[in-house]
Structure formats: structure tokens, C-alpha cells
Design a protein around this ligand. Structure first.
Ligand code: F6R
Length: 249
């Protein structure tokens, strides 16, 4: 696992995506939430100003709230269109069906679809303050597939900032499982700010454990964690990671 500590994580993230797309990547895995927003803004800029093209690339989202239609302003299908995919020349963007009459069936169908359009070349990830990736909350099986999950109260509180009130934050989501996420050829996790420092320390330097789902990155063959100094502030070996990055062959 590579740990990159930089003042502008979005530049390194955008480099990873741009390099993959220019090198023939055909499927991107997209995260929503605040963490990748600066990366998406930078990729839109490169598309507009530098000719970075996403033609021939399709995308899959990590997760979706159960009960929100894709037109709802806080649905992740809408979020990704508004903040990224409507502004570039990408192909199809797939997301779990949060309105399906049977979420279990919809989750299994989404997992099968990812296998069909995949493998994902680069999966972008954020991290929850409790160590979740996608919406795999602590205690998620390390080999889980796409399924319906119940959000923790903490995650609902964290996400309440996007809704008018806490009560409006859905209780359930459909999320790619940790096993599904790990099918991607490369994982790139971005985190900024002190609020993510404990989760990053647990994910990078703690044990591989279901209590910190993001620790599954330690198990993946090609995982990169891109963080700012605040998010890195609780890493014991931060100086070593900087040294390794500075001398990258
Ligand atoms: C969103 C997702 C979540 C978020 C995480 C962090 O698609 O999968 O794991 O990445 O909750 O959210 P932010 O970035 O808003 O702090």
C-alpha cells in the first residue's frame, strides 16, 4: 500500500485517474460525498482545458440510499451527475437501484452488472470517520458482496449536513461489498482534514480487521491512500511514507 501525504491530494488523485484513462482504462469506480469533490473539479478542469477525454469509459458508483429516486438532490446517482459526470464526456454511469421493490435482488443484480462491465480499473474511495468505505460499516465481512446495509447513527449524523434534518437521512443503503470493491484493479482512497485522522491511522497502521473496513486496503494488491497533512496527523510512520514517496522509483 502506498501512502501519499501532500498538501493538494486532489492533484495526485487526478493524476491517477488521468493516467488510467489515457492508458486505456474502460471502467472507473466513483465515490460520492465531500472527499472526492476537489478531484472531480480538477478532472473537469483538465477535460475542459487540457483535452482529457473520458470517451469510451463507463463508471459504476459505490453505493446509493434506499428510498431516494435518482432525481432526488441527495441521491448519489444525482450527486455524481451534478458534480462530475454531466461535465465530462464519459459513457454510461451505473448505480444501485435505491427504489427497487426488493433491495436484496437489486443489490445482487448490481454486483452482477459490475462483474459484467468490470473489472473496475481504478476505484475512487473516501473514508467515513468510523473507517467505512462505500457504506461497509464496522463489522462488515471482509469478503462481502453488494448488499443492503443499515447505516450507523454516526454515519447518519455525519451525512445529515447534506439533508434538511437528521431524520431525513435514510437508514438503509445498497453498497458494493468489501469483496466487490477489492475486485477493482486499483484502489485510490482520498481523505482530508483532522476529522479523518483516526480512521486513516486505523486503516493504514492498525490491524486488518472488520472493525475498520478501510483496513482491507492493506490486503489489496494495488492500493494508494492520498491524504493531506491533517488527515495524516495520527500516522506513526508519516515521515517514512513521505520519504518513500519522495524517492519513488
Ligand atoms: C460515498 C461513500 C462513503 C464516503 C464516506 C466519506 O459514496 O462511499 O464511504 O466516501 O462516507 O464521506 P465524506 O467524503 O463526505 O466525508
Amino acid at each position: 500500500m502506498e501512502v501519499v501525504i501532500v498538501d493538494r491530494p486532489e492533484q495526485v488523485m487526478a493524476d491517477i485517474i488521468a493516467e488510467a484513462v489515457s492508458g486505456g482504462a474502460s471502467t472507473l469506480g466513483l465515490a460520492t460525498g465531500s472527499s472526492p469533490l476537489a478531484t472531480y473539479t480538477e478532472l473537469i478542469r483538465r477535460h475542459r482545458e487540457e483535452g482529457l477525454s473520458f470517451a469510451g469509459v463507463n463508471a459504476v458508483l459505490l453505493d446509493e440510499y434506499v428510498g431516494l429516486p435518482p432525481t432526488h438532490p441527495e441521491s448519489y446517482a444525482r450527486f455524481i451527475r451534478d458534480n462530475f459526470t454531466d461535465h465530462i464526456d464519459i459513457g454510461e454511469v451505473h448505480s444501485p437501484d435505491g427504489m427497487a421493490p426488493d433491495s436484496k435482488v437489486a443489490a445482487e443484480a448490481y454486483d452482477a452488472l459490475i462483474a459484467q462491465v468490470g473489472p473496475v480499473d481504478v476505484q475512487i474511495l473516501g473514508i467515513g470517520s468510523n473507517g467505512h468505505i462505500g457504506f461497509n460499516e464496522p463489522s462488515s465481512s471482509l469478503t462481502s458482496r453488494t448488499r443492503i446495509k443499515t447505516l450507523t447513527e454516526k454515519t447518519r449524523q455525519d451525512n445529515a449536513r447534506f439533508f434538511d434534518s437528521f431524520d431525513e437521512v435514510p437508514m438503509h443503503v445498497i453498497t458494493q461489498g468489501l469483496g466487490t470493491i477489492c475486485d477493482a484493479k486499483r484502489l485510490a482512497l482520498v481523505a482530508t482534514g483532522e476529522g479523518k485522522a483516526d480512521a486513516i491511522a486505523a486503516a493504514v497502521e492498525g490491524p486488518l480487521a472488520a472493525s475498520c473496513p478501510a483496513s482491507i486496503l492493506q490486503w489489496h494488491r494495488h492500493a494508494t491512500v492520498v491524504i493531506d497533512p491533517a488527515a495524516a496527523s495520527k500516522l506513526a510512520d508519516a515521515e517514512y511514507y513521505k520519504y518513500v514517496y519522495a524517492h519513488k522509483p
